[in-house]
Design a protein around this ligand. Structure first.
Ligand code: NAD
Ligand code: MN
Length: 509
């Protein structure tokens, strides 16, 4: 039974033995995807894709350098000038992207397995969170295509003024590894929907699912050259894409430090547009009057421990009113110890996988040590879970007695590490929440509607959740204030960012 033969069966019924068998039979694509087919890198360079649960290499992949980026951009440029995609009738383009959504859904077992093997997330999460959201992303932007409208403005007699929305040309997308296919889709889907051609550079830690996506686009009826994937690292491959003179926009999700470099590359090259979704240190604020402490605690640990904390909007700062602080911490520790079961990510019962690489694990552990040195107290976790030394695991970790100046309260850790801080009143909670270079997301728990509205207004964050965490759908603009970024993913607003306006003024006099 090949993996692709399994695509239509019910993957949620598979157990660990079946997933492990499938993993061994998986057909992994290893080339670059340029002009509608897999090709070797021009210089023949390769790199290994590693499974962080075992440390073993999954595949040796083609590593694209500047010459391969040139080749992919040239292919996208030919497709752009041929015009099959940008001039395709809106409903025909909708049909292709809708078919792509269906194909992703049909291949969800294979794609989820690739995500799990490549970046370590539990298979149940890949199957029930990542893949359905990828499908929704392509469906939503497919549906948007014929909803894009221009305008006719109010002119004096004798003139007609049309404002049309046109695609930009070639979009370079650079994506991270935490939700490999989903983060790439948040860029690729709106860029394609708007009529652009795309060159995607996935994260080198987890590139496999994106390689398959490109092939599914062709299978869905997409023209060759419209969507290309070039694997490689940041300093060579990503940089070449962001510096390319024929790329009209670079859309980046990743760290704030690299986001700053990307802006520089745009300035050094052709003033391409730069859309950045970067890091975060999101506060979750728990007021003394919140309605249901159990519900709040459940979302609190989910907000920092799910996906092993490798979430840009991870709620890593828990700001808790002093009246409920001790009860909150006690419940948080007791409940999350039950919920997070570290183990083989191919076991559907596993709720905590490894972090993405051994190097990242070491970085997260070093930040935990720094928190201890600075005087914070470990309420749980703080190291590696026992018996899983072959993988890059980190135990869910909670710090108490955290001061605002400590590194664990200020720096993004991108692992399962939370810091609790107490506050006395609303003003102090807001001041602490906003005392950050980041501003991606925040949450507020209160039963008072007025408090909630005041706090939503005062919080410097692109997304604020009230009495929940992480909720939303495709209509939600997702992105940050301050150094968390300068754009919004998801939403119709994001689609507009892949277009530019053209003003056409007619003299009819
Ligand atoms: P990263 O910045 O190291 O890498 C992101 C991507 O940029 C990768 O594809 C990488 O190869 C590429 N890159 C690295 N150096 C480059 C360079 N000099 N030029 C061009 N490209 C380069 O980030 P990561 O470790 O992959 O992802 C984690 C980060 O992403 C975290 O900071 C997280 O908060 C952020 N993130 C943000 C969002 C959001 O929506 N705001 C979503 C997911 C992740
Ligand atoms: Mn990997």
């Amino acid at each position: 039974m090949s993996t692709r033969a399994l695509v239509t069966e019910a993957p949620q019924t598979l157990g660990q033995p079946e997933w492990s068998t499938l993993a061994k039979k998986l057909d992994i694509e290893t080339g670059l995807f340029i002009d509608g087919e897999y090709v070797e890198a021009l210089q023949g360079k390769r790199f290994d894709s590693i499974n962080p649960a075992t440390g073993e290499a999954l595949a040796s992949l083609a590593f694209g350098d500047e010459s391969d980026i040139d080749r992919a951009v040239a292919s996208a440029k030919r497709a752009w000038h041929a015009g099959h995609w940008r001039y395709m009738a809106p409903r025909a383009r909708m049909t292709v992207l809708t078919r792509l959504a269906e194909l992703i859904d049909q291949h969800k077992a294979e794609l989820a397995l690739l995500e799990t093997l490549d970046m370590g997330k539990p298979i149940t999460d890949a199957l029930t969170i990542d893949l359905p959201e990828v499908v929704s992303t392509f469906r939503y932007y497919a549906e948007c295509i014929d909803k894009l409208e221009g305008a006719v403005t109010n002119t004096a007699r004798g003139a007609l003024h049309l404002i049309q929305r046109e695609p930009l040309g070639i979009v370079g997308a650079i994506s991270p590894w935490n939700y490999p296919l989903l983060m790439a889709s948040w860029k690729v889907a709106p860029a394609l929907a708007a009529g652009n051609c795309v060159v995607l550079k996935p994260a080198q830690q987890a590139p496999l699912s994106c390689l398959r996506l490109a092939q599914l686009f062709i299978e869905a009826g997409g023209p060759p050259g419209v969507f290309n994937v070039v694997n490689g690292d940041g300093p060579v491959t990503g940089r070449a894409l962001a510096l390319h003179m024929d790329v009209a926009k670079v859309s980046f999700t990743g760290s704030t430090a690299v986001g700053k470099l990307i802006m520089g590359y745009a300035g050094q090259s052709n003033l391409k547009r730069v859309a950045l979704e970067t890091g975060g240190k999101s506060p979750q604020i728990f007021m003394a009057d919140l309605e249901d402490l159990d519900a709040a605690v459940e979302r609190a640990y989910g907000g920092i421990f799910d996906n092993a904390g490798q979430v840009c909007n991870a709620g890593s700062r828990l700001l808790v009113h002093r009246d409920i602080h001790d009860a909150f911490v006690e419940k948080f520790v007791a409940r999350s110890r039950q919920v997070y079961r570290p183990g083989d990510p191919l076991n559907p019962a596993t709720t905590l996988g490894p972090v993405v690489t051994r190097a990242h694990q070491q970085g997260v552990l070093a930040k935990i040590e720094q928190g201890c040195r600075e005087g914070a107290q470990l309420a749980m976790g703080g190291g590696e879970p026992g018996g899983l030394e072959q993988g890059a695991y980190v135990s869910p970790t909670l710090f108490t007695c955290v001061e605002q100046g400590m590194s664990i309260a200020r720096e993004e850790i991108f692992g399962p590490v939370a810091a609790v801080q107490r506050f006395d009143d609303e003003a102090q909670a807001i001041a602490m929440a906003n005392d950050s270079i980041y501003g991606l997301a925040a949450s507020v728990w209160t039963r008072d509607l007025k408090t909630a509205h005041r706090m939503v207004q005062a919080l410097e964050a692109g997304v604020v959740w009230v009495n929940c965490f992480g909720d939303g759908d495709m209509t939600q603009p997702f992105g940050g204030y301050k150094q968390s970024g300068n754009t919004r993913d998801k939403s119709f607003e994001c689609l507009l960012g892949y277009t530019q306006s053209k003003s056409a003024w007619f003299d009819l006099a």
